[in-house]
Design a binder for this molecule. Structure first.
Ligand SMILES: [Fe+2]
Length: 224
C-alpha cells in the first residue's frame, strides 16, 4: 500500500467516525398552510416575476439538508413558497419554486424578504414574516416547515396562527447584510437555514392545519 492510499484510508476512517459521533436534531415541523401548490417550476430565483422584485429587499437563503447523523443529503428536493413583500400570496408560479440540494447537501435561493399578513379576524395579530419549505429525500420522512426571522414582533404568542411553530428557535434565523459597494444601494440580506430530516418511510412530518384554515382558503380564492 502506498503512503497516499494509507493517508486517504486514515482520512476516510476519520470522516466516518466523525459522522458516527455526531447527531443532528430533526428540524421542527410546521403547518403546510392553505397556499401550497404542487408542481411549481424549478428555479433558484423565487418571486422573479413580481413587478416589485427590483425595488424590494432581496434575500439570499442558503444552508444544508442533513440526516440525523449530520450527513449531507444530496439530491433532496426542496419546494419553497412565500408571500411577497406586501404579505400577499401570489398565484400560478409567482413566489414559488423548487430545486435540489448539491453534493454536500447545500442549497441556496434568491428571493424577496417576505411581508407579514394577518389571519386574525380582528386584524390585531399578524403572522410573522416566513418562508414555507417542503423537503423530500429518499428513505426520509417528508419535512414541512417554515423559516422565520429573529426580531419579528409577531413570533410565538404574538403569531396570529395559534398552531404554527414560530416559537421554535430552530426555525428562526438571523440575517446579515452584504452590499456590493459603499453606496448602500446594492445590498442583500443573507440567511443561513439548515434542515435535518428524520429517517423514515416518506410520510409527511407536518403539523395539523390552523383553526383559521377556512378563512384562509377564502382569502386565497380572492387573491388576498
Ligand atoms: Fe404562509
Amino acid at each position: 500500500m502506498s503512503i497516499s492510499y494509507f493517508i486517504l484510508g486514515c482520512w476516510l476512517l476519520n470522516e466516518v467516525s466523525a459522522y458516527q459521533d455526531r447527531s443532528c436534531k430533526p428540524t421542527s415541523a410546521d403547518i403546510l398552510g392553505p397556499y401550497y401548490y404542487p408542481n411549481v417550476p424549478r428555479r433558484r430565483q423565487i418571486c422573479e416575476r413580481d413587478r416589485a422584485f427590483h425595488q424590494q429587499r432581496h434575500l439570499l437563503v442558503e444552508g444544508r439538508v442533513m440526516d440525523e447523523t449530520c450527513r449531507p443529503l444530496s439530491g433532496a428536493r426542496i419546494e419553497v413558497w412565500q408571500a411577497d413583500a406586501d404579505g400577499h400570496y401570489l398565484f400560478k408560479d409567482m413566489c414559488r419554486g423548487h430545486f435540489y440540494t448539491q453534493i454536500r447537501g447545500n442549497y441556496a435561493f434568491l428571493t424577496l424578504r417576505p411581508g407579514k399578513y394577518s389571519t386574525d379576524p380582528t386584524g390585531r395579530l399578524f403572522r410573522p414574516a416566513h418562508i414555507h419549505f417542503r423537503v423530500v429525500a429518499p428513505d426520509h420522512d417528508i419535512l414541512v416547515t417554515q423559516m422565520y426571522f429573529d426580531g419579528d414582533s409577531s413570533l410565538g404568542v404574538n403569531d396570529s396562527c395559534s398552531t404554527c411553530s414560530s416559537d421554535h428557535p430552530d426555525l428562526v434565523v438571523s440575517t446579515h447584510e452584504m452590499c456590493a459597494d459603499e453606496s448602500g444601494k446594492y445590498c442583500i440580506d443573507i440567511a443561513h437555514f439548515d434542515l435535518v430530516l428524520r429517517r423514515g418511510s416518506g410520510v409527511d412530518v407536518v403539523k395539523d392545519v390552523d383553526d383559521s384554515l377556512p378563512e384562509l382558503l377564502d382569502m386565497a380564492k380572492e387573491g388576498k
